[in-house]
Design a binder for this molecule. Structure first.
Ligand code: G2I
Length: 454
């Protein structure tokens, strides 16, 4: 509020002072992405990521730019990681972890014990055999991901939707202590990672389901059952609307001595109504000290499991929606982030820095390789003139191929390949840098790359 008033004043002054040009420069204090704005509040801002979409340049660019936490939308579920009993398949999920590392993002593990997305072999199990299979899954997966995950959804959606009791499931039928057994197993497998319970329709403090989960967490805390956090999925729509007591719910759970996170946020709707609800959710989280992160359940509306409800922050073309702007603002960031400059000059001067000299760039290549694959990060640095576009080229060894890239458009997949800026990162100020990356199969390229500037 104060900022927008200040801007108005400067513009008015500029208009009245003939001949004087007031230069507006980007504010140093307003973050311009969801992740950086959330970081400024001591929080993270994450998204669900689907591995299949990483090859989509628009999706990939937004992911890199905006988010500093990721949750695998499906790739770390039980059926994905243990398709046959005791045969674990980490390949796809590991690619996501690698990508998160590239981005410097946290990873939320989702999910270890759940009635849904069980592999066929588990669905048909019961009793002690199922309980042991659950514990083995938790132990194996958490051991594999030790040190790589920030928080795990140990148990997901274990409560009934209406009566405040437990949901019936094969896991529930192994005995009411299955949830605490899962948490104790998880703590033993990795004492360092945060252990969370995660559910939906637990946002409204007056709902029986919310009370059911609250009482379980209270009981766990009283009896010393390990639990560190509670995730509120927060899939909001007309049947399950954003409740005015949401902040109360988050605070009451936090007061039990757990962190709380908003883990799968999406809000069906459009325009100002949707934008206001997103802002309210953000403000509620910021008002609760132990609400330390927000994750949206997908990037563009078209990526959502509820695509027809247009519940996310970017439209199908990857353009930020009104809801994006309100979310960023509620986090204390700003899209254009103009603020009055401290200097004004008597004679007009260009407000953008002009190129001096010939455009040139250099590419610095970092490779992380393992047997059969690699991830490459490339930093493009502008010379003494600003760039309006760039292309870097390098050569892959025979038998190697690019399988995926982000923040650049790839040309070719083997031999001599090149990467050209995408829409948002072609402009690089003099001496500035931007980064892109790609991954591939086979042995890694050398770290020599050409850079052509435009
Ligand atoms: O249902 C929304 C979310 C509720 N909370 C737990 C989340 O894990 C859950 O996510 C959704 C994913 O967004 C969907 O993408 O979970 C669904 C069921 O696990 C996911 O749907 C599945 C389909 O059921 C599969 O048929 C499909 O193969 O997505 C898979 C991959 O597209």
């Amino acid at each position: 509020m104060r900022r927008s008033r200040a801007i108005l004043t400067v513009l008015t002054t500029g208009a009245l002072t003939a001949g004087a040009l007031t230069v507006l420069s980007p504010a140093a204090d307003a973050a311009s992405t969801l992740g950086s704005a959330a970081a400024g509040q001591g929080r993270y801002f994450g998204t669900a990521v689907s591995i299949n979409r990483l090859s989509d340049a628009t999706y990939s660019s937004i992911l890199n730019r905006e988010f500093n936490s990721v949750t695998a939308e499906n790739e770390m579920k039980i059926d994905a990681l243990e398709p046959q009993q005791n045969q674990f398949n980490y390949t796809t999920a590991d690619r996501l972890i690698t990508r998160a590392n590239e981005m410097g993002a946290k990873v939320r593990g989702h999910t270890l014990a759940w009635h849904s997305q069980q592999p066929g072999w588990m669905q048909s199990m019961s009793g002690t055999a199922l309980r042991n299979a659950m514990k083995n899954h938790i132990t194996q997966v958490m051991t594999h991901y030790k040190g790589k995950i920030d928080s795990w959804d140990v148990v997901n959606e274990a409560f009934d939707d209406s009566n405040g009791g437990r949901r019936d499931s094969n896991l529930q039928r192994t005995g009411n202590d299955w949830i605490e057994d899962a948490f104790k197993t998880a703590r033993a497998a990795d004492p360092a990672v945060k252990l969370c319970y995660n559910d939906y329709n637990t946002d409204n403090w007056t709902w029986a389901k919310t009370q059911g989960v609250y009482n379980m967490v209270k009981d766990f805390k009283a009896r010393g059952v390990p639990i560190d956090c509670v995730g509120f999925q927060s899939h909001f729509n007309s049947g399950s609307p954003y409740p005015s007591n949401y902040r109360t719910t988050l605070q009451n759970f936090a007061d039990l001595g757990v962190d709380v996170q908003i883990t799968e946020l999406d809000i069906e709707g459009s325009g100002t109504t949707q934008a206001n609800t997103y802002a309210n959710v953000v403000r509620d989280c910021l008002a609760v000290t132990r609400c330390n992160g927000i994750t949206v359940w997908g990037i563009r509306d078209s990526d959502s499991w509820r695509a027809s409800g247009t519940p996310l922050l970017f439209d199908a073309n990857g353009n930020p929606k009104q809801a994006y702007t309100s979310t960023l603002a509620a986090l204390g960031g700003s899209t254009s982030s103009p603020s009055p400059s401290t200097s004004s000059s008597a004679s007009p001067s260009p407000s953008v820095s002009q190129s001096s000299g010939t455009r040139a760039c250099t590419a610095t290549v970092t490779v992380n390789a393992w047997t059969g694959g690699f991830v490459t990060s490339v930093k493009v640095t502008a010379g003494s003139a600003a760039l309006t576009g760039w292309t870097t080229g390098l050569t892959l060894p025979a038998g190697s191929a690019v399988t995926n890239s982000w923040s650049a458009t790839a040309s070719g997949t083997s031999g001599a390949v090149s990467f050209t800026n995408v829409g948002y990162n072609g402009t690089v100020p003099a001496g500035g840098t931007t980064e892109f990356g790609f991954q591939g199969t086979g042995s890694a390229p050398s770290t020599t790359a050409t850079c052509t500037a435009r």
